[in-house]
Design a binder for this molecule. Structure first.
Ligand code: ARG
Length: 578
C-alpha cells in the first residue's frame, strides 16, 4: 500500500502544482495528509483539503475538484469529490496483483519497513526479581519486550535482548533469613521455586503480620534480612554460596516459561554484576559535585526538574536500584555501542526511570537521550489485584498450565485424532494468554478473564491461530499458485482481503513508532476477519475456473505469509494443524 500511496501522493502534488502554481505542496506533504476513510463507502484513501485552503487560497471543495479533475492512475478505479475531500477508490484487480507480487517476492521479510540499517538497539525486558515468584505481573514486560525486540529486528535493527535479572537486593536477605529459620536443603532442592515462594510468603507474612492468619508483625525480622544482605554485599562466603544456589533454582524455573513462550535472551547479566562497576559512577557523580548528603544517604537533587531526589547510596553505603541501573547502562554503552536502549517495565517504575535518565544526562553522558522507557499498565485476574508479598499471586506457570489443559479439552472434542496433541495444546494455550494480553494497548489496565482468552470464536489467540492453521491446510491440498499474468479478481472479498494484507508494513511502522505490539495483535485480527469472510464467500479449491482457483490459492498463501510474519512479531506459534 505504501508504494501505491506514494505514487498517488506524487500525482496529487503534481496536479496541485499545475492548478495552483509551483512549490506549493511536496509529495511528502500529501503523503502525510492521505487518510484511510473510516468506511469503505468513502473510498480506500482520502485526501482532506481543509488544511490546504490557506496556502492555496481557495475553498477546500474547489481544491478537491481541481485535484480530482485530471487524476489518472492505474491503481485507482474512481475518484469522487465530497465536500472538501477527494475520495479515491482503488482498482481491486490492480491491488491484488500488486500485493501478491510483493508478498511472493519478499516472503518472510514482507511488511518490513527496513529502516534499521544495522543500528543497534538494546532491550532490557522480563528482568524478574529472582527468589520471588514469576507471576502474571511479569507477563507484560516479557511479551511486550520480546515483541519490541522482534519488531526492531524485523525492521533491520541489530538487537540485543538483556534479561537484567534482579539477582541482588534485600529480597535475598529475607529469603536467607527464612531459609535459615524454616528451610532445609532437601525440601528446597526438591520443591524448587514452589518451596522458595513458600519461604518468601512466610517471611513477608512474619515481617508485616497477617491478621487473618493470626500472625503478629515482627519488624525485627526485616532488620535481620537487611543484615544478611549486608553480609552478602561484604562478601560473606556462607551467604554468597546460599545466594548462588537460590539464583540457580530461580533461573531454572524461569527457563521453562521462556521455553513455552519461545523466548531466548542474548545476556543474563543481572544486577549483581554491577557491584564492582558502581563505584566508578559514584565517583564521577561526586567529582562533578552532583552528590548531596541527605540524612547520611547520598542523593542527586532533582528538584529543579520537578522530581524527588534520586537515591544513590544508602546510609550504610550499600547500593541502590538507580545506582545499579546507571552502572549497567554505562556498561551496555561500552559493550554494545547502542543507538537506543529500551527498558520495558510497569508504569509503576516510570519515576525511577525518569530520575536516573536525568542523572545520566547531568553526568554529561551524550547517550542520555538514547535511553527509552516503555511502561505498561497493571494486570488483575477476574478482578482481583495481585501482590507477591502476601502470596496472592498467580504464577505464570500455573496460568499457562490451566490454559493448556482447557485447550486440550476443547481440542479433544474438535479433533481427537490430531498428532502431537500435547505440544499443540501448549502452543495454543500459551498463545491465548499472550494474545489476550497483547491485544490491549500497553498502558491499559487489564483484567484477565480466562474464558474470554480461551474462546475459539471471539477475537482471541485460538481464533487467529486456528485461522493460520486453516490457511495452511488449504495450501497443503492446493496444487499450484497463480503467477502474475494469470491473476483474475472476481469477488469483492478478494480485493478487500488484499487491501488488508497490503497495509501490513504501515502497521509494523506504527507499532515501532509507538512501541505498541497491540497494533500488530489488532492487525492480525483484521487479517483473520478478512480471510474468514473471503473463505466463507468464495470457493477456493472447488472453484471451477482454473485461474480463479489459482488466484484464490495465491491469496491464501499470502495470508499465511503475512499472518506468519505477524505471529513471529508477538510470540505466537505458527501451528499448522490444530
Ligand atoms: N527487576 C525489576 C523488577 O522486577 C525490573 C528491572 C527492570 N530493568 C531495569 N533496568 N531496571 O521490578
Amino acid at each position: 500500500m505504501l508504494t501505491i500511496k506514494k505514487r498517488i501522493a506524487c500525482r496529487i502534488a503534481a496536479s496541485v502544482e499545475k492548478s495552483f502554481g509551483q512549490g506549493t505542496l511536496t509529495e511528502q506533504d500529501v503523503l502525510s495528509m492521505l487518510e484511510y476513510p473510516p468506511d469503505d463507502k468513502m473510498g480506500d484513501l482520502a485526501l482532506p483539503c481543509f488544511k490546504l485552503s490557506r496556502t492555496l487560497r481557495n475553498a477546500p471543495p474547489r481544491i478537491a475538484a481541481a485535484i480530482a479533475e485530471d487524476f489518472s492512475d492505474e491503481a485507482v478505479a474512481r475518484v469522487e469529490v465530497v465536500g472538501g475531500y477527494v475520495n479515491l477508490y482503488l482498482d481491486g484487480a490492480y491491488l491484488v496483483r500488486h500485493m501478491l507480487a510483493e508478498v511472493a517476492d519478499k516472503k518472510d521479510t514482507y511488511g518490513s519497513p527496513n529502516e534499521g540499517n544495522g543500528r543497534v538497539v538494546v532491550f532490557d525486558y522480563s528482568s524478574p526479581n529472582l527468589a520471588k515468584p514469576f507471576h502474571i505481573g511479569h507477563l507484560g514486560t516479557t511479551v511486550i519486550g520480546h515483541s519490541l525486540k522482534k519488531l526492531h529486528e524485523f525492521a533491520g535493527y541489530r538487537c540485543v535482548g538483556i534479561n537484567y535479572v534482579g539477582d541482588w537486593g534485600t529480597q535475598f536477605g529475607k529469603l536467607i533469613v527464612a531459609y535459615k529459620k524454616w528451610g532445609d536443603r532437601e525440601t528446597v532442592e526438591n520443591g524448587g521455586v514452589d518451596a522458595l515462594v513458600d519461604l518468601y510468603v512466610k517471611i513477608n507474612n512474619a515481617i508485616s503480620g497477617n491478621e487473618a492468619q493470626g500472625i503478629p508483625a515482627d519488624p525485627a525480622l526485616a532488620d535481620e534480612a537487611r543484615a544478611e544482605f549486608c553480609k552478602m554485599e561484604q562478601g560473606d562466603e556462607e551467604n554468597l554460596a546460599l545466594w548462588r544456589w537460590l539464583v540457580k533454582l530461580s533461573l531454572k524455573a524461569n527457563d521453562e516459561i521462556y521455553r513455552q513462550l519461545g523466548i531466548t535472551f542474548d545476556s543474563y547479566k543481572g544486577e549483581s554484576n554491577y557491584t564492582n562497576e558502581m563505584p566508578a559512577q559514584v565517583a564521577r557523580l561526586r567529582d562533578m559535585g552532583l552528590l548531596k548528603l541527605d540524612d547520611g544517604a547520598s542523593i542527586v537533587d532533582l528538584e529543579a526538574y520537578g522530581m524527588p531526589p534520586c537515591l544513590i547510596l544508602k546510609r550504610d553505603g550499600s547500593s541502590l536500584y538507580p545506582t545499579r541501573d546507571i552502572a549497567a547502562a554505562y556498561d551496555r554503552k561500552q559493550m554494545y555501542h547502542f543507538d537506543k536502549s529500551v527498558y520495558v517495565t510497569s508504569a509503576g517504575q516510570s519515576l525511577h526511570f525518569a530520575q536516573w535518565f536525568k542523572v545520566v544526562e547531568l553526568m554529561g553522558y551524550d547517550w542520555a537521550d538514547q535511553l527509552v522507557h516503555v511502561p505498561y499498565g497493571t494486570v488483575s485476574i477476574n478482578g482481583a489485584k495481585l501482590a507477591t508479598r502476601t502470596g496472592n499471586v498467580i504464577l505464570l506457570r500455573d496460568l499457562f498450565a490451566i490454559a493448556t489443559e482447557k485447550v486440550a479439552g476443547i481440542m479433544e472434542e474438535k479433533n481427537p485424532n490430531l498428532e502431537n496433541k500435547e505440544a499443540i495444546a501448549e502452543q495454543i494455550g500459551v498463545g491465548a494468554i499472550v494474545f489476550y494480553y497483547l491485544s490491549n494497548s500497553r498502558m491499559k489496565d487489564i483484567n484477565f478473564v480466562m474464558e474470554d482468552a480461551l474462546s475459539f470464536d471471539g477475537n482471541t489467540g485460538p481464533y487467529v491461530q486456528y485461522t493460520y492453521a486453516r490457511a495452511s491446510s488449504i495450501l497443503a491440498k492446493a496444487e499450484r499458485v497463480a503467477d502474475a499474468s494469470e491473476i483474475v479478481v472476481t469477488a469483492p472479498e478478494e480485493a478487500a482481503l488484499a487491501k488488508v494484507l497490503a497495509s501490513f508494513e504501515e502497521k509494523v511502522k506504527e507499532a515501532l513508532d509507538t512501541y505498541e505490539p497491540s497494533v500488530i495483535a489488532r492487525y492480525i485480527l483484521s487479517v483473520a476477519a478478512a480471510f474468514n469472510r473471503f473463505y466463507h464467500n468464495c470457493t477456493i479449491l472447488g472453484a471451477e475456473d482454473e485461474s480463479v482457483k489459482a488466484t484464490r490459492v495465491a491469496l491464501t498463501a499470502a495470508v499465511k505469509t503475512v499472518l506468519g510474519n505477524a505471529f513471529d512479531l508477538i510470540c505466537l506459534h505458527k501451528t499448522e494443524k490444530i
